[in-house]
Design a protein around this ligand. Structure first.
Ligand code: ADP
Ligand code: MG
Ligand code: MG
Length: 902
């Protein structure tokens, strides 16, 4: 009494026990069936068996709670009363569907059975009632087929190519018609014969008869739906989408409505707006005289929904009303299923529709305009990552469908690129300077390829993961990139690329889709994203681009909510200008080493590295100073008063050196020294583990004159730009500090040079000095380090490598297994390891603030542009995150979402 647990929730006649908020208990489908019933939509009545029963089922050796039987009986009686039909009745039989439905939709993963309640007797009643013998036998044969497959397990055996029921249908068609006619061409006699053959097949395969008792059928189907929660497909899907297996599925038992009653009946699916573009048009398709899965199964070609207006005007009008009502009520784009039975419309399912990044933005922004949702809702709703799609160049859709796919790899840089394939950076530069579009294909890339990568439209590698050099650079530059396309062989000698039986020679056309990770032979036409055309290329008027205007609105709203600052990782004036256009509020990481690769600077750099004495080194450094100063002048000007965190030289020196003999002798010629001297020095500089070797501030400690030159370049540039009336705010950052004294020694140099330059130029500098936190010792001693450091910037790339003791570039060989075995939830190089690295960050913040309460805190690792890491940084109370220019919109949105979530 009152104590009995409720396992069955009814819906029908505009009333429902449940509602849309009860997705955990009723599943997504069940909760929304209840909600739609409540708001008066034409939903066939039924009931939902809760997910609690699923949990019980698996905890109790696949049995049900005692109360369930009577509750299900009352549920069936409830439907019977509404319809005036009876389950198993020989006059007016009630037929139902038994549908799975988890909390989150798992499309196609679990099973649904239609037309349940039919047997050798009730099929005759259905014939009389519908006055349509063909229809009745069509329903029965579908039911026996689905039941035999899903409940009784009559499926393809290993080695068989076709589903056994399909084979039976195929054979009958050929026996009787001598051809593969359409299902709709089968007559009542054919369908009756199919039922007989299906039953025989079931008996032969399972040893059991197809059950005639509707109640037995019902319990069999309910058991099969619960059982499907643990089928392989469902388990794999849940793992991929992080759905806990404890959730379980609900079971919905619902009155059948029939889209297969003839030419006035139909079944279809629709989206209330276009899920690809987001445009406010009704979007979908339907089939006349068909049932359930026929639409998706692709046996017949469905009609676009617009045709419904002429084919079934009454149903179309009703459907347009439903569309309006659903959006008004659910306040989001809906994906719905409907059936028309003899011109009457029924709604069988609705849920928030999945959509592309473009559609997500357009729909949310439009809905704010329509006053359906608030700005806050719009900002909250759009997955921050989906903005990457908006910025990516696009392949022309028609062109793709005609292209020849030759391979695939990791989708490392979203977008589309097409051009002549080249296999070296020099070739890329040479051809692009002649105005050719090129795609650079390399086995792997290294910093030496940078110029080629800049020149190329897209980058393709056959080796390396999402955090490989190619992928990293591609993201920073917003370049299209497919990496690790292991099925593609690149031969540098022959200058060919071969895959899948196709061989491309240098100069042949190739196209890569970095959003899907696909590679095509030949040319596929592309265009830059409209947002880039407006902001970066300035080739498109903002007023003329709807995509841009909607993006800009969204970004403005995001900035209203956001409290976290957004900076950029940028090394050139051009990158800075792009980043500022995207909304960057300063530079969070300017890597000075990239500056030494351009033009003949690399020669001076190499001369400096190869110098045998301090004096020789100083001579070479003097050559570098003007280049460096000029770079900073450009950057400070582009910043227009915004702050710039500039990192001193960081990578191991050998990265700058020529590795092969040809390059070494070329350099020897240029410098006028014997080649042996060069190769000896390269050999000396070789390190066993460069990542943990002579790099970072260790360079500045061994060669203080390098730090001195860099400081001088910065302050001389600052003096020059300040003199022109532009404010300059350098924040000089010392990399790889672990010992407080390392930092102290470097800062002493910076301050001394700043004073010297200030005095000489008769000016003052507004600057900070600080350090990266990228090795655990710095985190552990953050209180001591904060005595000298005015800011900390978390270099989470190295901090992750050093905290986990894992080399990022080598992690590809074991991390996938770690994810598979649930040792890690996500790739720690993509998303901050919050429990480990995050803990160090927290500690650093607390220790740092103990010494210096207002210490400025930021992050400049790649994580700074990854939404869940941005949210974590907001929670930590950092002042800013810094990321590559093209990820700034994503970081802005993620930061706003974090602020809204509180
Ligand atoms: P899925 O979750 O795989 O979409 P569904 O339970 O939604 O499975 O059902 C599969 C198909 O059967 C859908 O097209 C649905 O509209 C249809 N269907 C389900 N129940 C009924 C019913 N009571 N009457 C008519 N068609 C139904
Ligand atoms: Mg469905
Ligand atoms: Mg580092």
């Amino acid at each position: 009494m009152g104590k009995t647990k409720k396992y069955v929730y009814l819906f029908g006649n505009k009333k429902a026990d449940g509602n849309g908020a009860m997705k955990a208990l009723l599943g997504g489908k069940g909760a929304n069936l209840a909600e739609m019933t409540r708001i008066g939509l034409p939903v066939p009545p039924g009931f939902t068996i809760t997910t609690d029963v699923c949990t019980y089922y698996y905890q109790n050796k696949k049995s049900y709670p005692r109360e369930l039987d009577s509750q299900v009986r009352s549920g069936v009686e409830f439907i019977e009363k509404i319809l005036g039909k009876k389950f198993g009745d020989l006059q007016k039989p009630l037929l139902v569907s038994v549908r799975s439905g988890a909390r989150d939709s798992m499309p196609g993963m679990m099973d649904t059975i239609l037309n349940l309640g039919l047997n050798d007797q009730t099929v005759r009643a259905l014939t009389r009632l519908s006055n349509n013998e063909r229809f009745a036998w069509d329903c029965y044969r579908r039911f026996v087929q689905m039941y035999g497959d899903v409940v009784m397990g009559v499926q393809k055996r290993p080695g068989e190519d076709h589903e056994p029921f399909e084979t039976v249908i195929h054979d009958l068609k050929h026996e009787r018609y001598g051809a593969d006619i359409e299902d709709t061409g089968l007559k009542e006699g054919d369908l009756e014969e199919l039922v007989a053959r299906f039953k025989a097949l079931i008996k032969e395969r399972t040893g059991y008869e197809f059950p005639q008792d509707p109640w037995k059928q019902l319990w069999g189907a309910v058991g099969a739906v619960f059982g499907s929660w643990m089928n392989d497909r469902a388990i794999v899907y849940r793992r991929k989408y992080n759905i806990p297996s404890e959730w379980g599925t609900a079971v919905n038992v619902q009155t059948m409505v029939f889209g297969n009653m003839g030419e006035t009946s139909a079944t279809g699916v629709a989206f209330t707006r276009d899920p690809a573009s987001g445009e406010k048009v009704f979007y979908g398709e339907y089939l006349i005289n068909a049932q359930g899965e026929d639409v998706v199964a692709g046996v017949r070609t469905p009609h676009p929904i617009a045709h419904l207006a002429t084919e079934m005007p009454a149903a179309h009008t009703a459907l347009m009303k439903v569309r309006e009502l659903l959006e008004q009520h659910f306040k989001d784009m809906q994906d719905l299923e409907f059936t028309v039975e003899e011109n009457r419309l029924y709604i069988l399912q609705t849920r928030n529709g999945k959509r592309t990044g473009h559609a997500a933005v357009r729909i949310a922004v439009d809905m704010v305009g329509e006053k359906l949702i608030s700005k806050k809702d719009a900002v909250r709703r759009i997955p921050a990552d989906s903005l990457a799609h908006l910025l990516a160049p696009i392949f022309d859709r028609r062109s793709v469908s005609q292209a020849k796919k030759i391979g695939s790899g990791l989708a490392a840089g979203p977008g589309a690129a097409s051009g002549h394939v080249v296999f070296s950076a020099e070739e890329a530069v040479a051809r692009s300077s002649k105005g050719q579009k090129v795609v650079l294909a390399r086995i792997e890339t290294s910093p030496e390829d940078l110029r080629g990568m800049i020149a190329a439209e897209g980058i393709l590698t056959s080796r390396g993961g999402v955090s490989s050099h190619a992928a990293l650079v591609a993201r920073q530059m917003g370049k299209v990139c497919v990496c690790g396309a292991s099925g593609i062989q690149i031969d540098y000698q022959k200058r060919t690329l071969s895959a899948n039986g196709t061989t491309l020679a240098q100069g042949d056309y190739i196209s890569i889709d970095g959003t899907a990770g696909e590679v095509f032979a030949g040319e596929v036409t592309t265009a830059p994203s409209e947002i880039i055309q407006v902001l970066v290329d300035r080739s498109l008027d903002a007023k003329k681009s709807l995509t841009y205007r909607e993006y800009a609105k969204l970004m403005n709203w995001a900035d209203e909510f956001r409290t976290l600052g957004i900076r950029t990782n940028a090394d050139t004036p051009e990158q800075v200008a792009n980043a500022v256009a995207f909304g960057a509020e300063g530079i969070g990481l300017c890597r000075t080493e990239h500056m030494f690769f351009e033009g003949n600077r690399i020669d001076a750099m190499r001369e400096m590295i190869l110098a045998g004495s301090k004096k020789e080194r100083e001579t070479a450094l003097k050559k570098l100073l003007p280049y460096q100063r000029e770079d900073f002048v450009g950057i400070f000007k582009a910043l227009k008063g915004l702050p710039a965190t500039i990192r001193f030289l960081d990578p191991p020196l050998h990265e700058f050196l020529p590795s092969d003999h040809a390059q070494q002798s070329e350099l020897a010629n240029k410098l006028g020294v014997p080649v042996e001297q060069i190769s000896r020095r390269v050999h000396e500089l070789h390190e066993f583990n460069p990542m943990l070797g002579h790099r970072g501030c260790r360079l500045g400690i061994s060669f203080p004159e390098i730090s001195e030159m860099q400081a001088r370049a910065i302050f001389e540039a600052a003096a020059e730009v300040q003199a022109s009336g532009i404010k300059v705010r350098p924040e000089i950052m010392i990399p790889l500090v672990g010992f407080p004294r390392e930092l102290k020694l470097q800062i002493d140099i910076v301050r001394r040079v700043a004073d010297e330059v200030a005095k000489k130029k008769k000016t003052k500098f507004d600057y900070l000095v600080g350090t990266m936190i990228e090795i655990p010792r710095a985190a552990l001693l953050a209180d001591e380090i904060a005595r000298d450091a005015q800011f900390f910037s978390f270099g989470t790339n190295d901090l992750t490598q050093t905290t986990l003791g894992m080399s990022r570039d080598d992690s590809g060989s074991f991390l996938p297994a770690y994810a598979e075995l649930d040792i890690v939830d996500t790739n720690p190089f993509a998303s901050i390891d919050q429990r480990g690295v995050g803990r160090l960050m927290e500690m650093t913040r607390d220790l740092g603030r103990k010494t210096r309460p207002k210490i400025k805190l930021g992050i400049c690792g790649e994580h700074g542009g990854e939404p869940s890491s941005v949210k974590f940084c907001h929670g930590l109370g950092l002042d800013y995150v810094s990321c590559s220019p093209f990820r700034i919109p994503i970081a802005r949105l993620a930061a706003a979402q974090a602020a809204i979530a509180g």
